[in-house]
Ligand binder design. Structure first.
Ligand code: PRT
Ligand code: ZN
Length: 283
């Protein structure tokens, strides 16, 4: 039987359970227990804190695990990244108080950055030849500058609203992260086979979901640029908005190109970008 570690509760729990369900794997007991056995697949599920998962997979207590790539990199255990799962997307970023003038990483010189991701941050600062000081704390990183504990923070960002409400702005993106499937390097042949079967199912589920519907507002003078970025299934649907000089653009974006596309769209002045999951896509 293959043992998988997933987060007991938190941001990755629901999506991990959902993924297994979509792979046709039935779990009778939820996270009330420490572990549960799947009904119809040789899989045992362990519910753990996300921070502990890399260690458990490394030790072989679990064979595989679902964890944020941010946690995987921070813990730096010698385990494999087997599959990028496409949920739990976020960025690990450096943010500074809104009022601070910021042009480049050189502006962090001599400043103190609060974080729970000291390993990743340290590596990044070293690569960038920055002598900023790391102040490791265990939580509530976003309040550190406000209470004089640090000058800047390095933390996970998804919508950006936490930064906003704490008067901070994102200035450096260190990592783009998502949940990943990680595996012990020394699986038995039998477990390798079970993992192959699981991966086949995960792949089938993900391919079906690999597209997102996207709706945005764009100034008409940028429409050509935006259409070049968004090919859609044939071409994007463009509808004029009541506001003079603006249009609404709708299209389908492949998840793999997602961040790149969003960055380009923002460059081309797109606003109010809505990203909507597609339930079924018949081409
Ligand atoms: O109890 P346990 O230790 O298992 O859970 P946890 O509290 O350490 O982790 P949890 O559940 O918060 O996050 C699990 C994983 O979800 C992370 O390791 C990331 O891979 C992923 N993830 C995705 C996020 C976010 N998005 C996220 N926004 N993890 C945390 N946040 C936090 C962030 O730290 C900040 O406080 O949300 C806030 C920012 O969100 P926005 O939307 O305001 O930008
Ligand atoms: Zn945690």
């Amino acid at each position: 039987m293959l043992k998988i570690a997933i987060q007991k509760s938190g941001r990755l729990y629901e999506d991990s359970i959902k993924l297994l369900k979509e792979c046709g794997i039935q779990l009778n007991n939820g996270n009330k227990q420490l572990k549960t056995v799947a009904e119809n697949f040789p899989l045992e599920v362990y519910f753990l804190r996300d921070d502990d998962i890399p260690q458990y997979v490394f030790d072989g207590v679990a064979d595989i695990g679902i964890v944020g790539e941010n946690v995987l990199l921070e813990k730096a255990k010698d385990i494999d990244l087997v599959y990028r799962l496409g949920f739990g997307k976020c960025k690990l970023s450096i943010a500074v108080p809104k009022a601070m003038q910021y042009k480049s990483i050189d502006d962090l010189k001599g400043l103190k950055i609060a974080t729970t991701y000291s390993n990743i941050l340290q590596k990044y600062l070293k690569e960038k030849n920055s002598d900023a000081e790391i102040h490791e704390i265990s939580g509530s990183v976003e309040i550190a500058p406000g209470i004089g504990l640090a000058d800047a923070i390095c933390d996970l960002v998804s919508s950006g609203s936490t930064l906003f409400t704490n008067g901070l702005k994102e200035v450096e993106v260190i990592l783009k992260s998502e949940a990943v499937l990680t595996a012990n390097k020394n699986l038995t042949e039998e477990n390798k086979n079970i993992l192959e079967k699981l991966l086949l199912r995960i792949n089938a589920v993900k391919t079906a979901k690999n597209n997102k519907y996207i709706i945005l507002n764009a100034p008409n003078h940028q429409l050509q640029n935006i259409e070049n970025v968004l090919p859609g299934m044939k071409s994007p649907t463009v509808t004029p908005l009541a506001t003079e000089g603006w249009s609404s653009v709708q299209s389908v974006v492949n998840e793999n190109d997602f961040w790149e596309v969003i960055e380009k769209l923002k460059q081309f002045e797109a606003e109010g970008i809505l990203v909507i999951p597609i339930e079924k896509m018949i081409v």
